[in-house]
Ligand binder design. Sequence first.
Ligand code: F6P
Length: 750
Amino acid sequence: MGPQSKKKIGSFRLTMRFIVPLVIAMTLLAYALLPLVDKLTLHWFTHDLDIRSQLIANTIQEPIGEFLEQGNMARINSLIRRVIKDERLFAMGFCDGKGTLHYSTPKFPKDISCPDPNLPSPEKPSILKLPNGMVHVAVKPVLVAEKPSGYLFLIHDMSFIESRSADTRKYIVLFFVILFLVIAFITVLVAHLSWRGWMSAVRSLLRGESDVKPLTKGSYAELQPLMGDLRSLLRTIDAEKRFADDVTIFWSPDKLRELLRKQLAGEQILVVSNREPYIHMKGKEGIEINRPASGLVTAVEPVMKACSGTWIAHGGGTADREVVDKNDHVNIPPERPKYTLRRIWLSREEEKGYYYGFANEGLWPLCHIAHVRPIFRTSDWQHYVKINQRFADAVVKEANREDPVVLVQDYHFALLPSMLRKILPKSTIITFWHIPWPNPESFGICPWREELLQGMLGSTILGFHTPFHCKNFLETVDRYLETRIEHASSTISHGGNLTLVEAYPISIQWPPPWQDSQPSVAECRAEIRKFLKIDENCLIALGVDRMDYTKGILERLRAVESLLENHPEMVGRFSLVQIGAPTRSILEEYQAFEARVRALTARINQRFASGAYQPVYLKVEHHEPEDVNSYYRAADVCMVTSLHDGMNLVAKEYIASRDDERGVLLLSQFTGAAHELYEALIVNPYHIEQTANALYQALTMPEFEQRERMHSMRLMVRDFNVFRWAGRMLIDASKIRQREKLAARIGAEI
Ligand code: F6P
């Protein structure tokens, strides 16, 4: 049986549940009322006949009196014959004062006799049952000189009462039938509207909406207490489940695969990011493959390896076009393909406007409060809109079903979620914002703030690294858009779409990919020192960043300078190795920043270098992840001094690399990582002396303390790894999908 037939049967049953009791109630009421109505009509008509008899008696009393006085009985008879012509009068009779029936009309009943002259005259009329019906008998005295001198019988036919009574009964039954129909119609209508209202409320609740619109005013006001209970029950179940997951599940690629198999069985997973995970470049010896320095790629790649979907990204490498098939697909990782990369091509001009311009000169400084002014140009915005649409169209093309799970990455694609929602309304869109979200005032300077927010609210789930960024986002939406925000469940309703805003702290793969193949810590220490020509006893602090002004590299260098000034014993015994991955270097701001870093490095080296000793090693070049791992293992301290950072995965990578449980992490309080890695030395990078003191503390930290801190941070990174990050988002997505499916089923039932 199809859903439509089920729906019809459901409605019929529902209707019958109202109608049957109504029919019974109406029938009982009608049966109780009919005898009452009979009695009442009899009473009314008898009363009418009383009055009528009195009226006739009064009218003919005078002439009869006169005829009596004259002794002219013939005139009395003739008067009665005239009166009897009234169709209601059945019979009449006249008795003289001695009790003799003097005259009677033909139908006068035989068993009626004249009143006894010795008894008081009867006053009350009576009802007599004759073989062919009932009659109303009134006896009226005729007065002559104020004395009763005879009696007039006025007998009315009552058969008309019965026919009127039958008519009344008929009308009453008709009235009840109409009343029944009207009540039934209104009841069914109200019940239907209420039912739809309740169902729509329950469906909205299942979808996770918190503020549900009634169909008619107050149509489910009575459901409100129940809604509250249901809502808190769902929240409790969610919270308990999440807590149980957090405590008991160890997240690994296998666990993620199991989740996909069990909860998202057969669902298609698509990832969208600007940066591609593998870049094919033309090198001297043919095509080379580069891995970009990108936290995003570090996090998403292991997830894609686990779930084998399609990753859509900008093909920016010089040899990228050479390796794709006719659909712009290439299977990766090259050595052991696990998923598909779909490349999107951009012209130079498009890349300049969308990526360098709007994304990196506009949104990047807007969201990182790092004292670099955002630049907004209309032409950049136009490119941003166009490229978002191009990626959205590519998602649609890659989707092999109407409801794929799409993981949209980062600030390059703020508009894509709502563009996609329009074309694939049933898709589950998980947008993750890898950079911080600023306060409403800071965000408000963007000329296209409303468009960006509306675009993001096409997402099913919108993830940030920290609850603080979520709070900033909710406040920003509250400030600039007309939406319904439910803070308790952290959801935003906008344009018929519901978005869950949640914190999912990103992380790295655990165990690290080179766990089994990497050289020992001792080998790495020796190798790196040898490579850099650093004395083997020299302590090394390491910085690994893209050459970005948000990373606090200048502040880090100043802290090193301050340390060497205040602790001269460290000169010759300590060096900073700063790896700077080239990034966005066509932008002036980045060129100027790199120049400042180089100048400051040169100044510090000039001040403190002696012989073979060099305090700062600045290496602005691309490093493969395995090489960076060797640096991590060689370093005594890792310095992460970002002025503002969504998470910062360098901090977690450093911890993951230290299976010897040695080394100290110095971490900026303005990173998302500082909300998780409490055993790091937390610093305010703007405070140069404080950072220098922390660096000194790190360089001189006893081994047992290093072990304690590192051990605890490793447990944290192990348990809260990138598979948990993706797993928690996908679990939330699967819950939402289940609820939506249930809501759709309920929709089909009503
Ligand atoms: O932090 C945001 C982010 O997208 C990171 O994921 C990544 O580290 C960095 O920016 C990469 O920037 P780009 O792709 O511009 O080189």
